[in-house]
Design a protein around this ligand. Structure first.
Ligand code: NI
Length: 138
């Protein structure tokens, strides 16, 4: 029996999408308002799903509180109220803070800290209620 458990967390962060070697016109053509020079913020909604077989005694695949603490410590507290372009404390240099890149790097941060009897299934990140990216470790 495999069960999927999801924990949701939240952070606010600013970014700007910009490729230095492109002209201003090309940046705005590709990134639209996300290229605005003075940055802008998003209210990010992070949803992380783990999977596994419930422990016969606790009924847990992983303590959801512990999962929450990992997400806060490794991701939300690191990114919350930061400028993801300037603060340079999460994404490698030169990696743009798109939702697609963030889900990959969030996976790398949290995967080593999960309980042994469960696996990370997906990292889903909403940038707005209409745009999100999801990563399954492929
Ligand atoms: Ni944006």
């Amino acid at each position: 029996m495999i069960v999927y458990l999801t924990r949701r967390e939240h952070f606010n962060a600013a970014h700007k999408l910009w490729v230095d070697k492109w002209s201003e016109e090309k940046n705005f053509e590709i990134f639209g308002k996300c290229a605005n020079k003075n940055f802008h913020g998003h209210n990010y909604d992070l949803q992380v799903t783990v999977k596994g077989t419930p422990d016969p005694l606790t009924g847990f695949i992983m303590d959801a509180k512990k999962l929450s603490n990992i997400l806060k410590e490794k991701v939300c507290n690191v990114l919350d109220h930061t400028n993801m372009n300037l603060d340079d404390n999460f994404l490698p240099k030169g990696i743009l803070a798109t939702t697609e890149n963030l889900v990959y790097y969030i996976w790398q941060e949290i995967e080593p800290h999960l309980d042994e009897n469960c696996q990370l299934h997906s990292v889903k990140l909403y940038e707005t209620r209409n745009i999100w990216a999801e990563y399954f470790g492929e």
